[in-house]
Ligand binder design. Structure first.
Ligand code: ADP
Length: 596
């Protein structure tokens, strides 16, 4: 064979590029030093990357180019010894797609992987071990394959086919490829580490983000859903379930699931015996099952697609050292769960337990508050009535301090009464217990009448209350008392938060089938980040906490929001600090009466 035969013309056009290394066939006639130089350069090319797919692609490309082969492929094994990544070089995208299924590593490549030794085949068609390649694998005559091993453990394989200009690969090629594969293994390991670090980092971020979301929720049902969805997101798994222990501690119940088929009996109480969840609830130790086919007599709820989960992880949810429930996550494939994954889900379980406890406490607090408010109503009504009678029948000539005290009782018991009413109202609104008594209201008249009743408040603060010439002949279906209640809350706020001698302007505007009521004040304004939150229960801007004049409970706006939404309307605020606030109520017009 002449030297000319060994040189492939198509490599010539790369010869001036950086990193260009002569094919090993070229090097056969050169010194060992030059071969080692080529090896070092090839290693540099693959080890300068950290992304796993890029590293694998570089390994395949570099090996093919250096050995002057027509085709190269790299396979990486998973923990079960099956090929998970399969990267090729030397074929078009279309040809690559045609290969379809990955080689299983059970045929010739399996021999290479199991024995951990290089394989050199001159003519594949004559080799009895040639099986195992996918049907659309590129045609090949000669083959050189080497294991990719780390500390004597085979983690993958690298093979080349059809060396240009030669019938088969040489022993020198094998020597070179074996050494290259050893170095490549280190690059693969680094890429794996890098990927793991990246995933850990990403997961820690997701955990913090999910914990933050849970923390904001106080509705237990909503929390249950969030917990199962978040568990799936955290470990990138398709399905999960949340089970909580009942108060007796002997049974448990599924509270929510994600990605599983609907259970026929979702609220079935289960005893602790006979299930993995029950076992984890009883002893508080996480359980991972890497292949559920090994589980006998355990019935698993199918995934959405009807298939049985192939692996699962169950961790306890602990609050104050007590196991109160478990989170189960499922995978569609058999897989190991790493220690890090178990700890991560346990940490999330801890966050979930805290959020659940908080929601439970909140619920108890609300129940207690509305019960207390209810019980206080009767005695308060009696105090109010007595104070009113007392004030009306005070004998002449009493010392002014006594008169002031009686008025104080009367005034403050009324405030207390308003607060109790607000509390009870909000609870009933939240529970969907408020029914509207709708009537047809002339909206301009209704707004004017409500504003009118509040004039004394504005006079007290020497404020100007302007009302644009009201629109006439526009009608809405509304519960007069409830609509006025919402409107009073907004107008009274504008009076309360606007300083002395400020201005409040009320106007109405009709657009299409909607009427919008605007209440614009010259008060302090509301920062953007607080504008949505002021409609939440008990929310008060911190700035008012130091300002004793503008006392409040943070109930007025949530009540107004519920009431307006019950009317099919919307409520919102636009505001800029230092430039006042404008509150809007938008209601649907009663179109059939509009032209009356
Ligand atoms: P309260 O007024 O009893 O505190 P609300 O629910 O009516 O409760 O209002 C919630 C919060 O919204 C108030 O504490 C205040 O911080 C803010 N707010 C409401 N209306 C105005 C307004 N017109 N100008 C400035 N801040 C307002």
């Amino acid at each position: 064979m002449s030297v000319n035969e060994r040189i492939q013309p198509n490599i010539g056009n790369h010869s001036k590029r950086e990193n260009e290394i002569l094919p090993i066939s070229y090097l056969n006639d050169f010194t060992l030093l030059e071969r080692l130089q080529a090896l070092t350069s090839a290693n540099l090319i693959v080890s300068s990357e950290l992304d796993l797919d890029t590293v694998l692609q570089r390994i395949a490309d570099t090996a093919r180019q250096f050995a002057n082969a027509a085709y190269a492929a790299v396979g990486i094994l998973d923990e079960y010894g099956s090929i998970t990544s399969f990267i090729t070089s030397g074929i078009s995208k279309e040809e690559r797609e045609k290969i379809g299924e990955l080689p299983h590593g059970h045929g010739l490549l399996g021999v290479l992987i199991r024995q951990g030794k290089a394989l050199r085949v001159g003519d594949m068609s004559k080799d009895p071990r040639r099986s195992g390649f996918p049907p659309n694998h590129p045609l090949m005559t000669s083959l050189l394959g080497v294991p990719i091993s780390l500390q004597d453990q085979v983690i993958g394989d690298l093979y080349l086919t059809d060396k240009f200009g030669f019938d088969e690969f040489s022993a020198a090629d094998e020597w070179w490829l074996t050494l290259f594969a050893r170095q490549a293994a280190v690059a693969v390991q680094n890429a794996h580490h890098y990927k793991r670090v990246q995933i850990s980092h990403q997961r820690a971020q997701t955990l913090a983000e999910l914990a933050g979301t849970l923390n904001q929720s106080i509705d237990p049902e909503e929390l249950f859903q969030q917990i199962t969805q978040a568990s799936c997101r955290l470990l990138e798994l398709p399905a999960s379930a949340l089970y909580l222990l009942d108060s007796g501690g002997t049974h448990f119940e599924m509270q929510s699931q994600y990605g599983l088929q609907e259970s026929l009996n979702p609220h079935r109480l289960m005893s602790l015996d006979g299930s993995i969840a029950g076992k984890v609830l009883a002893n508080g130790i996480p359980v991972a099952v890497s292949d559920t086919s090994a589980l006998q007599e355990v019935l698993l709820q199918p995934l959405h697609n009807g298939r049985t989960p192939r692996s699962l992880l169950v961790v306890p949810i602990r609050c104050h050292d007590q196991v109160s429930g478990v989170i189960e996550v499922y995978s569609a494939q058999p897989r190991e769960f790493s220690g890090e994954e178990v700890s991560l889900l346990e940490a999330f379980g801890g966050q979930a337990a805290l959020a659940l406890e908080k929601a439970q406490l909140y619920k108890h607090k609300e129940e207690f508050l509305s019960m207390t408010a209810h019980d206080l109503r009767a005695p308060l009504a009696s105090i109010m009535m007595s104070a009113g009678l007392l004030a009306a029948h005070l004998p002449a000539g009493l010392p002014p301090t006594l008169t002031r005290l009686v008025n104080n009782i009367s005034c403050n018991s009324e405030r207390l009464n308003n607060l109790l009413n607000d509390l009870l109202d909000l609870t009933r609104l939240e529970q969907g217990k408020v029914r509207l008594h709708l009537e047809c209201l002339e909206i301009g008249e209704a707004v004017a009448a409500t504003a009118h009743t509040l004039i004394p408040l504005f006079e007290e603060k020497a404020q100007k209350l302007e009302f644009d010439k009201p629109l006439r002949e526009y009608w809405v279906m509304a519960d007069r008392r409830r609509f006025e209640q919402a409107l009073v809350n907004l107008i009274a706020n504008s009076n309360k938060y606007t300083p002395i001698a400020g201005t409040v302007k009320i106007s109405l505007q009709v657009t299409g089938n909607w009427v919008t009521i605007r209440i614009k004040d010259s008060g302090p304004g509301i920062p953007l980040e607080e504008q949505n939150r002021i409609f939440d229960r008990y929310y008060r801007q911190t700035v008012h906490e130091q300002n004793s004049e503008a006392t409040g409970t943070g109930l007025g706006l949530p009540i107004a929001r519920y009431l307006i939404e019950l009317h099919g309307g919307q409520i919102w605020v636009e505001s800029e600090v230092g430039y006042g606030s404008t509150f809007f109520i938008k209601l649907p017009l009663q179109t059939s009466l509009q032209s009356m």
